[in-house]
Ligand binder design. Structure first.
Ligand SMILES: [Zn+2]
Length: 288
């Protein structure tokens, strides 16, 4: 069983980049949610710090990277209200400029980098303008257009494709995932919904259908059911799927309005910290 599913070409490319003579200071991983970009970034950390320089996953360096306890590896993720804040970036910067604890260099990964708020993004840009010699930064995003262009231009971009049907099936098989969840994963080419429950899918689908068939003011409060981002994404996935089916059959102004709003909402859902509840209400308003 390998640590990363798929992305073979990118892994070869990254191996070359990391061991080559002219290593960039920063890499930008771009691709949709749930396809394993973070795992590849962790594996890069292992490759970079590995005793054998290959990411063997069994030496003491690799093991500690995987466990998240290597002193020269760091993973920054959004905190609180889905944002990466200035304090996090200041901290990261301070760490990045320190001498590597174990002498090989350092790897700093920033997940969901588009969720850096403006101050954080500016601070990060300054770091990239005069980057520390020993540190490799890896930024991960599904929304590259939300990043400062000046940050993007200082990174070497690596694009990640959705997983193939076989790759998704392989993971589902291994994890014992069947039925609707499996179908949803295959259809999205990602593992984002691997851990949702059948009931969640049922609920998302039922609500999507009600909005399309018989929307009413009463449904306004139902957005509260989206306690987390993922259940809202799942609802959006089903609404998009059913809406596209309907639009293929009929040309309705109301449906096109929903289509327009969905585009906005999908973008905001992935790239901002606007609450699912507000986004849901906005969608519904377009149908009333
Ligand atoms: Zn190793």
């Amino acid at each position: 069983m390998s640590y990363v599913v798929g992305h073979k070409r990118n892994l070869e490319l990254l191996k070359k980049i990391l061991t080559g003579p002219k290593r960039p200071h920063a890499l930008l991983f771009v691709g949709r949610e749930g396809i394993g970009k973070k795992r590849v970034a962790v594996l890069c950390g292992a490759m970079f710090l590995c005793e054998k320089r290959e990411g063997c996953l069994s030496c003491r360096h690799c093991k500690r990277v995987l466990e998240g306890v290597h002193p020269d590896f760091r993973l920054e993720t959004p905190k609180g209200k889905r944002a990466i804040l200035i304090d996090q970036i200041r901290d990261l910067k301070e760490w990045a400029f320190m001498v590597p604890m174990e002498g090989r260099g350092k790897v700093a990964v920033v997940d969901d980098a588009h969720l850096m708020n403006q101050q954080a993004a500016n601070a990060f840009l300054k770091t990239l303008e005069e980057p520390p010699e020993d540190t490799l930064f890896i930024l991960i995003t599904s929304e590259p257009s939300m990043l400062l262009p000046t940050i993007v231009s200082r990174c070497q971009t690596v694009r990640f494709s959705p997983l193939s049907r076989e790759e998704v099936e392989e993971v589902c098989e291994r994890e014992g995932v069947q039925g609707e969840i499996r179908k949803t994963c295959v259809e999205t080419g990602s593992l984002m919904f691997l851990s949702v429950k059948e009931e969640q899918i049922e609920r998302a689908r039922a609500l999507a259908n009600r909005i399309l068939q018989n929307p009413s003011l009463k449904m306004m409060g139902e957005g509260e059911a989206f306690r987390d981002q993922k259940s809202f994404m799942l609802f959006l996935f089903w609404l998009r799927r059913e809406l596209n089916k309907k639009l293929a059959k009929m040309n309705s102004g109301r449906l096109w309005e929903l289509h327009r709003r969905m585009k906005e909402v999908e973008r905001l859902a992935y790239s901002s910290n606007v609450s699912p509840r507000s986004l849901y209400d906005y969608l519904l308003m377009g149908m009333l």
